[in-house]
Design a protein. Structure first.
Length: 322
């Protein structure tokens, strides 16, 4: 590999505990990757040093420099300026000019955006949504994040805050979300909500469930992961819990379809794999929650990049300028 190959971009994925980095070619292939620990609870400079250490390790393995660096950083942030505002998962940074500081050190183009926006762009450029014009991407895991791509560009809105689809309310009397609103889809259908729904059902019923077997008989230890494992073994209770979850997601997607009229819906994140067997159920029910007459024809696809979405997403941010 030519160390000065202008087609090579460095993708960086910053989380609360790790910084993942990778070299990505013009076709979206991750050539090599690595990770370093993130210092999220120290000073702003300590957090920056952790990111620099991860980038330096990849630069060293490359033996040269790259043309640009794309960074997935925790939000809220300003994607136009690359300033990280006040992320709860990385409390060391408040109004921190991340793009400016990285660009000053490495003397290359630097782009910064949140993980769902960047992953949506990577899936559009190189992944499951390639060839589609109006892309809605959602990552379902500990939370629910979303990204919107229109004609190959992320839709940021006026202030850069567009695409917070996980905080669309579908039940104003529902549980309070950490964001302050009630009945957000995130608080009803993300991983922790699936675990909570399972614990409530198991406490109220006498039926045996394999969920409890995986949790060693302790209801309080039940998580969405155990629900997924129990479903894979054919467990009826787990099936009911996931059916309830996908029904809530379908109501939410009905609102998304009517508002944005996407031509593809892409699911990423750790919980999406257990939801995939229910895609046909979601597509069949979607017309009941839409006025869009073509709702049932919108493809529901699993994201291509999986756990590497942050690295690919970071690289995709720079591809917008190539």
């Amino acid at each position: 590999m030519n160390a000065l190959d202008s087609d090579i971009v460095l993708g960086v994925d910053i989380g609360g505990t790790k910084v993942a980095v990778g070299l990505v070619d013009r076709n979206g292939k991750i050539l090599t990757q690595g990770r370093k620990p993130m210092v999220a609870n120290g000073t702003a400079e300590a957090g920056l040093d952790a990111v620099n250490a991860a980038i330096d390790s990849m630069m060293h393995s490359l033996g040269g420099r790259v043309q640009s660096i794309g960074i997935c950083a925790p939000g809220p942030l300003d994607p136009r300026t690359g300033v990280v505002l006040n992320p709860p998962n990385v409390p060391c940074w408040r109004n921190f000019p991340l793009a400016e500081r990285i660009a000053a050190r490495y003397q290359v183009l630097v782009k910064v955006d949140n993980d769902a926006n960047a992953a949506a762009l990577a899936e559009t450029r190189w992944g499951a949504a390639r060839g589609f014009r109006f892309v809605f991407y959602t990552t379902v895991g500990t939370g629910i994040g979303t990204g919107i791509v229109f004609d190959g560009a992320i839709y940021h809105g006026k202030t850069g805050s567009a695409g917070e689809g996980g905080h669309v309310t579908i039940d104003y009397r529902g549980p309070q979300c950490p964001c302050g609103k009630r009945g957000c889809i995130e608080t009803l259908a993300a991983g922790p909500a699936i675990g909570a729904r399972a614990r409530t059902k198991l406490a109220a019923e006498s039926r045996h469930s394999a969920i409890l077997d995986f949790a060693q008989g302790k209801i309080e230890s039940v998580t969405s992961e155990f629900v997924g494992k129990a479903y894979a073994s054919g467990d009826a209770v787990a099936t009911e819990i996931l059916e309830e979850t996908v029904d809530l997601l379908t109501i939410w997607l009905g609102n998304i379809v009517d508002l944005f009229d996407p031509d593809v819906l892409v699911f990423g994140g750790g919980v999406s794999a257990m939801l995939r067997p229910f895609f046909d159920r979601m597509k069949a029910a979607l017309p009941k929650w839409c006025v869009n007459p073509r709702a049932s024809g919108i493809p529901l696809l699993i994201a291509h990049y999986g756990s590497d979405a942050g690295i690919a997403g970071g690289a995709a941010l720079c591809s917008e300028s190539s």
